[in-house]
Design a protein around this ligand. Structure first.
Ligand SMILES: Cc1cc2nc3c(=O)[nH]c(=O)nc-3n(C[C@H](O)[C@H](O)[C@H](O)COP(=O)(O)OP(=O)(O)OC[C@H]3O[C@@H](n4cnc5c(N)ncnc54)[C@H](O)[C@@H]3O)c2cc1C
Length: 139
């Protein structure tokens, strides 16, 4: 059986899993999706939290709920892609081989790259709206 490996289970990875699973059918292809979190965040909802329209829990669902049953979900950090060997090293110690790789790991925010932003007020009076928790202030 050949393997499609999807890195990242946000919007893009979830859509790919849902499109591919019924199109490929069972037997020939295994679809594996890796994400560091079991929680899927509806990011556009973050904008409404400061106004009290949504609460954080309104924007979070179990990731598994949005994946077809035949898609295998692995919850682990992704550490390294080796395109020569066609493997991906995970934080849980696994090295996953793939035939087809889909990278859907999204974007990170880096407040430390804006001078003065990441000071003692970060997470108190200064926030970003890209993440559910201020970077460096825990979850
Ligand atoms: C406040 C806000 C409002 C928005 N409003 C809209 C809107 O109105 N309309 C619209 O179309 N879009 C909107 N967006 C943008 C939209 O949410 C993003 O474009 C979309 O989520 C990007 O999808 P993605 O799959 O590329 O990345 P993400 O959804 O961010 O998914 C990436 C996934 O990869 C995982 N990941 C990353 N690195 C690793 C690693 N090393 N190991 C393991 N897992 C990893 C992450 O945990 C995450 O689950 C908004 C975004 C925000 C923040």
């Amino acid at each position: 059986m050949r393997r499609i490996l999807i890195l990242g289970g946000g919007t893009a990875g979830t859509i790919m899993a849902n499109k591919l699973a019924p199109a490929l059918g069972a037997g020939e292809w295994e679809i594996v999706l890796v994400d560091s979190s079991e929680r899927h965040y509806y990011q556009p909802g973050f904008l409404l939290i400061p106004f009290g329209i949504y609460r954080l829990q309104d924007c979070v669902r179990p990731r598994r709920r949005y994946l077809p049953s035949q898609v295998k979900l692995i919850v682990s950090p992704i550490l390294h892609i080796d395109p020569e060997k066609k493997t991906v090293a995970l934080g849980n110690g696994e090295a996953l081989a793939y035939d087809v790789l889909i990278v859907a790991t999204g974007a990170d925010i880096h407040p430390e790259q804006t001078e003065g932003l990441l000071d003692e007020e970060w997470g108190r009076s200064k926030f970003d709206f890209y993440t559910p928790h201020p970077i460096g202030r825990g979850h």
